[in-house]
Design a binder for this molecule. Sequence first.
Ligand SMILES: CC1=C[C@H](O/C=C(C)\C=C\C2=C(C)CCCC2(C)C)OC1=O
Ligand SMILES: CC(/C=C/C=O)=C\C=C\O
Ligand SMILES: [Fe+2]
Length: 571
Amino acid sequence: MAFTTMPFTTMPSSLTNSTSSPTMLLPPISHHNNHILPPNKLIVNKPKRKLLHLTVANVASPSLPMITPPTPEEQRSGTTAGRHHHHHVAWTSISQESWEGELQVEGHIPPWLNGTYLRNGPGMWHIGDYDFRHLFDGYATVVKLRLQEGRLFAGHRQLESEAYRAAKKNQKICYREFSEVPKAANFLAYVGELASLFSGASLTDNANTGVVKLGDGRVVCLTETQKGSIVIDPETLETVGKFEYSDSLGGLIHSAHPVVTDKEFVTLLPDLVRAGYLVVRMEPGTNERRVIGRVNCRGGSSPGWVHSFPVTEHYVVVPEMPLRYCAQNLLKAEPTPLYKFEWHPQSKAFMHVMCKTSGNIVASVEVPLFVTFHFINAYEEEDEDGRVTAIIADCCEHNSDPTILDRLRLQNLRSFNGEDVLPDARVGRFRIPLDGSPYGELDAALDPNEHGKGMDMCSINPNNLGKKYRYAYACGAQRPCNFPNTLTKLDLELKKATNWHEEGAVPSEPFFVARPGATEEDDGVVISIVSEKNGEGYALLLDGSTFEEIARAKFPYGLPYGLHGCWVPKE
Ligand SMILES: CC1=C[C@H](O/C=C(C)\C=C\C2=C(C)CCCC2(C)C)OC1=O
Ligand SMILES: CC(/C=C/C=O)=C\C=C\O
Ligand SMILES: [Fe+2]
């Protein structure tokens, strides 16, 4: 079995010789990891120099490093962009390249929970003195929580993408990020950059969105660009190399959320030239995606954004959102209010259903306008004779208002003043009939007041993927707020939610891990990482059934917000 992983051969000089460069992105601090040792033997990854702008002096356990707080002068001057500590730690760049060590656990980690939770996200939002503008622009920070016989070993590390390495070396953005574009030196350079946009050469490989474990064990960080598929070592978090797709399907972008199981990796490749989507599948142990089928867009000359999509046992559901990729916006040097997208309500919204085995489209219906990043799950609705009558697909739906994208600008996130500015969202439930009728339905699956009319960053019990299910976990809202700030367990049968909230805290995606051998859908734990108002942060474990806290463990310092994770069980 030949894995195609191109190793990054050269280490950037700023990493290999971290004290020599006066124009370093980061203070020249440790980049090496400690081996994990029992707490009494823990070697501390002690910064060689004082960390700038870290206010946290408390530590997770007496054996962990005391992090030196900033001097009053450092606090006052805040000379280094992105690391001022007057905004919430969730939206503050990570302060060091890497750290690892054991965390002291308050509470009880179930003995069956053996494995590693990995979480990816854009944790570094500045380069030199330049501050990025959007949450999604940040360079990827991967966090791990290794749970082992009731103990918790944690760590984080910057992903060594080409984009991150080039930015550090040149002290400027060198690739096109979600909203940031490298500044062309002159007109000729601008023309050259346009050309490289079409070849994909100027697009980022900053894989800051999610992390998945393939059926063959490889762990891959992902984002919207295909070249941003990067293999990491799940134990050390080191960057192993690019995941090179060995097929010749081409294209530059894909869904940031493939559907990954032990048996397959299914994703969508939007076709920006002949508006449509290729539905593709890759088997474990290969790097080759094979086409299942193609969907042509019905509503516009450009495909709708497919950040994610759902599957059922037999079908792939292809959403065609009226928030469409926009070639002109792709070319612009300055971000537009909808970034690389455009809102085309007149182009309508559609849901297409493709048979996984034949590639045939079995339904294509017009649905009410919608805006979603994340589908939660989908399943086949059956009548009493067991015939499939419809597809039910659930998503975190932003009340068909695309302005949520702009709400995620860092300036907005960092300037919470008590005003309730988070746009309302709900669990949008699509019903896609399979009887040939032209329209599908979209309604709230439960009263959005149950979860404070905030809704995103969802997970389910993976054993229920594509099947009828009852529970979902997500972030909801306790208002007033400017960002989802609760963890919520949704009972889609009773149409009730149970909410967890701590004042001022920003919790990341509640990730469900099923107890091996469980028969109840909610028998397991929910993992989240919480960034606190006071700059601190902790890993949190809730009981999947009662939704009560079972354990928490403080990090030595608060971590920035993160996006999506995966579970790597211990072999
Ligand atoms: C999270 C998160 C990250 C993210 O997007 C990151 C990039 C680099 C996206 C780039 C693009 C599009 C969104 C649209 C089309 C072109 C392209 C520039 C590749 O999105 C997220 O949600
Ligand atoms: C954080 C988020 C979307 C993330 C995409 O991957 C949305 C929050 C909205 O309320
Ligand atoms: Fe996402």
